[in-house]
Design a binder for this molecule. Structure first.
Ligand code: C2E
Ligand code: MG
Ligand code: MG
Ligand code: MG
Length: 285
């Protein structure tokens, strides 16, 4: 049943599926993935590399970069490139997300501190946190420790939490997020509009940023629902003083529409793909 649940999680947003032949036929590959990931995590995460996708502020002249989202990449010696949407759910399931997540957080904070020192004190770093990480008893201490060790200012860090998982234990989630906010760190609600999302989360959870999922952008210009949805969330965000970021912008027409809606932050291939730290630094430092 656990395996079926893992497969269901991987295939979408926490959908319930039943164990079937498909799971059987992929179990060998999963075992291989499992072993290799275990080895990679224990080997100081050497096979992992943090990539950075710039976040652009389109409310300012010239659409300046305002920072970046850290996105993990795994180049396995045995299996080649493995996508995070493939291995992150497995890492969560195996408990390996904690060591891997610590590595990402440390690496990303270190990098951002360097950017801040190199003439961009305004750049923020966004780091994705799995709900499994978030619910560790000492997560807030860990964040505090990483900030201290890397000397990154808390006000330059945003932690992204995926909404579909955030609702399992609402009271606890609220408490942890509030503690994180108290450090001065921002909290972003990732993939908004998908999974188990509810407009109530915007109101109940202590969040600073809403990130609208890419799937709404794909349909902008094609379907009224997506456009109205983005506009509505944008107005709601404005009203309650929460910032908004739209992910997955690839085309001119999409960007134009989002400008008209007065969206502030954009992430997407239109501006940039996730890139290695050295490439980000060549372009934006
Ligand atoms: P996410 O946090 O919502 O990240 C955004 C994803 O959208 C990234 O995929 C990014 O490369 C992709 N993206 C950005 N702009 C565009 C665009 O214009 N077009 C298209 N087609 N895609 C775009 P990526 O890097 O493959 O990551 C997938 C998911 O894996 C992430 O979704 C996040 O949930 C998870 N993930 C990635 N890195 C980490 C990490 O360091 N820690 C944790 N816990 N999860 C991570
Ligand atoms: Mg994210
Ligand atoms: Mg996500
Ligand atoms: Mg997202």
């Amino acid at each position: 049943a656990d395996i079926a649940l893992y497969e269901a999680k991987k295939s979408g947003k926490n959908r319930v599926e039943y164990y079937d032949d498909h799971v059987e036929s992929t179990s060998f590959k999963r075992l291989e993935l499992e072993k290799n990931m275990h080895d990679a995590a224990l080997d100081s995460c050497k096979e992992f590399e943090v990539y950075y996708q710039p976040v652009v502020d389109i409310s300012k002249p010239g659409d300046p970069c305002s920072g970046a989202e850290a996105l993990i990449r795994w180049n396995s010696q045995k299996m080649g490139f493995v996508s995070p949407s493939e291995f992150i759910p497995l890492a969560e399931y195996l408990g390996l997300i904690n060591p891997i997540g610590d590595f990402i957080l440390e690496e990303a904070c270190k990098r951002c501190k360097y950017w801040n020192d190199m003439g961009h004190p305004e750049y923020r770093i966004n780091v994705n946190l799995s709900v499994v990480q978030l619910l560790q008893n000492d997560m807030v201490d860990r964040i505090r420790r990483v900030l201290k060790e890397t000397k990154l200012k808390p006000t330059n860090l945003t932690l992204e939490v995926t909404e579909s998982l955030a609702i399992n234990d609402m009271a606890r989630m609220k408490r942890v997020l509030a503690q994180i906010k108290q450090l001065g760190v921002w909290v972003a609600l990732d993939d908004f509009g998908t999974g188990y999302s509810s407009l109530n989360h915007i109101r109940e959870l202590p969040i600073d940023v809403i990130k609208i999922d890419r799937c709404f952008v794909v349909d902008i210009g094609k379907d009224d629902y997506s456009e109205v949805f983005v506009k509505m969330v944008s107005e709601l965000a404005d009203t309650i003083g929460v910032r908004m970021c739209v992910e997955g912008v690839e085309k001119d027409e999409q960007l134009d529409k989002l400008r008209q809606m007065k969206v502030q932050y954009i992430q997407g291939f239109y501006f940039n793909r996730p890139m290695r730290a050295i490439d980000f630094e060549e372009k934006y430092l």
